[in-house]
Design a binder for this molecule. Structure first.
Ligand SMILES: [Zn+2]
Length: 345
């Protein structure tokens, strides 16, 4: 019996050593250590042994089991480790392979222009303020010195939701709202970008929806020269240091005096060409000193406070900056058009 156990031990250890995977190893475990295995079989024959021999044989059988079991455990760790290493080797990334190209979008040209203008004014100490696109008649017109009967309302016919609620025709109501929030106390220095709506027929230069950026400064001793200096800095930073500006008298109900600002034509340098229609100047924006009525209506003492405001169309600026000939390009989402601006990122 002792011989048989030693034989089994040698046989089992030999098989364990030769096992190549975990499945095989498990089969060996079941075959030798299982209840139907040869060791159990040998132990069954112990009844035939003498009382002295029995415990000796029992101890030997347990020792054999123990040895086989330990060897199996060791082999198992070895095989498991090998399996992990093999997996890692199989999953190695070949860093020398060229990457797959990622299709990236780019900012819309209007977003680019608006962000550039915002950055410019933030640099001059302005704050960005936004307001609702669905606006009341009061904030869109009346608070801006445009009472119900005012003829200038005809130029800004809107989409009405009710008699008193409409899609805003300008971003100026954000100015009125901001002034009222300040309750008659200055200073205010804001830029208001956003979408506005007018009942216009769409053509190369008109769109029923477009963007506006307005600026408002209210404080003590704000003068026309401050407005001119601000616009001059803005024009030079956005279009180039060599650009000149000129102010022409104009009319807006909410400013007095009012001006239109032109910049010198870059193409001809001021001598006149087809782009500037032979004048040497290109119209950029409207501006003026805030009308005392507008200040008073928003709770400001117009004897103590003065201010200036300006408003521009990012579409027009983008058209001039990038040489775009039709405003509708901005709103028709033609990828061929939009893709051209990726190189300006
Ligand atoms: Zn020109």
């Amino acid at each position: 019996m002792e011989e048989r156990l030693k034989e089994l031990k040698a046989e089992a250890l030999d098989k364990v050593d030769q096992a190549v995977n975990l499945k095989e190893l498990n089969e060996i475990r079941v075959a030798y250590l299982g209840k139907k295995g040869p060791i159990t079989e040998v132990l069954r024959g112990m009844g035939k042994l003498s009382a002295e021999e029995r415990p000796k044989m029992g101890a030997l059988a347990n020792e054999v089991r123990e040895i086989i079991s330990k060897r199996i455990e060791a082999k198992q760790s070895e095989l498991e480790e090998a399996a992990v290493l093999e997996k890692i080797a199989a999953e190695t990334i070949d860093v020398t392979l060229p990457g797959r190209p990622v299709k990236a979008g780019n900012h819309h040209p209007l977003t680019k222009v608006i962000e550039e203008i915002e950055d410019l004014f933030i640099g001059m100490g302005y704050e960005i303020v936004e307001g609702p696109e669905v606006e009341t008649d009061y904030f869109n017109f009346e608070a801006l010195n445009l009472p119900k009967s005012h003829p200038a309302r005809d130029m800004q016919d809107s989409f009405y939701i009710t008699d008193e609620i409409l899609l805003r025709t300008q971003t100026s109501p954000v100015q009125a709202r901001t002034m009222q929030k300040h309750q008659g106390k200055g200073p205010i220095k804001i830029i208001c970008p956003g979408k506005v709506y007018r009942r216009d027929n769409d053509d190369a230069t008109h769109s029923h929806q477009f963007m506006q950026i307005e600026g408002l400064v209210v404080g003590e001793n704000i003068r026309m020269s401050d407005l001119k200096g601000t616009l001059d800095t803005f024009a030079k930073k956005l279009f180039g240091e060599d650009r000149e500006i000129r102010l022409r008298p104009s009319f807006f109900p909410f400013t007095e005096p009012s001006v239109e600002m032109d910049i010198s034509c870059k193409i001809c340098g001021g001598t006149g060409c087809s782009i500037c229609k032979g004048t040497g100047w290109i119209e950029i924006l409207g501006a003026g000193m805030v009308h005392p009525n507008v200040l008073e209506m928003s709770g400001y003492d117009s004897k103590k406070y003065t201010g200036f405001a300006f408003g521009m169309g990012p579409e027009r600026i983008a058209m001039l900056k990038y040489g775009i000939d039709d405003i509708r390009h901005f709103y028709t989402d033609d990828v061929r058009f939009l893709k051209q601006f990726s190189k300006h990122e």
